[in-house]
Design a binder for this molecule. Structure first.
Ligand code: AMP
Length: 199
């Protein structure tokens, strides 16, 4: 059982690393951002409620997000563990996740903070905007998302550090190198790659 959370500012590479780690550790990567984007694209009711917040770079209200993640974590593919990307993002969401996991007799094993300088992430997001055309990657929205991260999400890092589950990983560098850093940090915490027996 491996329950992980990737936390870090927008543009730190959470989505990219989450996909790789999910494969390497044979656990599902769960990105609330991806779930919201899927719902917006498919014009679901949830998507129509979330869209304006996303386009403005604001957090979608906790009530919507918490319900969504509760349903997702209850699916059977999460029985072997999971990797959360982009949730929790507020102290309310931490409380909600804590309650959900405690109800199943579990907790997060490791929280990986991807550490990246704001100037670097702004530049990365500018590049992603031209490549992928994400509607929330415009310059002023990016700045606002960074502010929202600083105000609402960064405080979570101290919370998890206080619980002794936080590891910090430098997110600047080649994608492979960052994956290796995360893998090494997880190994120190006793979390081994799928197929490698732990000792
Ligand atoms: P992300 O892909 O993680 O950058 O998320 C994109 C957008 O989806 C965010 O700017 C929010 O509007 C929304 N979102 C994603 N995850 C959450 C969350 N845990 N709580 C609130 N809003 C979220």
């Amino acid at each position: 059982m491996t329950r992980l959370l990737l936390i870090g500012p927008p543009g730190a590479g959470k989505g990219t690393q989450a996909a790789r780690l999910a494969e390497n550790y044979s656990i599902p990567a769960i990105s609330t951002g991806d779930i919201f984007r899927f719902n917006v694209k498919n014009e679901t009711e949830l998507g129509s409620k979330a869209k304006a917040y996303m386009d403005a770079g604001d957090n979608v209200p906790d009530s919507l997000t918490n319900a969504l993640i509760r349903d997702r974590l209850a699916e059977s593919d999460c029985d072997a563990g999971f990797l959360l990307d982009g949730y929790p993002r507020t102290t309310d969401q931490v409380r909600e996740l804590d309650e959900f996991l405690a109800g199943h007799g579990t907790a997060l094993d490791v929280v990986v903070e991807l550490v990246a300088d704001p100037d670097v992430v702004v530049e990365r997001l500018r590049k992603r905007a031209s490549e992928q055309g994400r509607s929330d990657d415009g310059e002023s929205v990016v700045r606002h998302r960074l502010e929202v991260y600083r105000d609402q999400t960064e405080p979570l890092i101290d919370v998890y550090d206080g619980r002794g589950v936080l590891v910090k990983v430098d997110a600047i560098g080649e994608i492979d190198v960052v994956t290796e850093r995360i893998t090494a940090a997880l190994a120190v915490r006793g979390i081994e790659l799928a197929g490698h027996a732990s000792h």
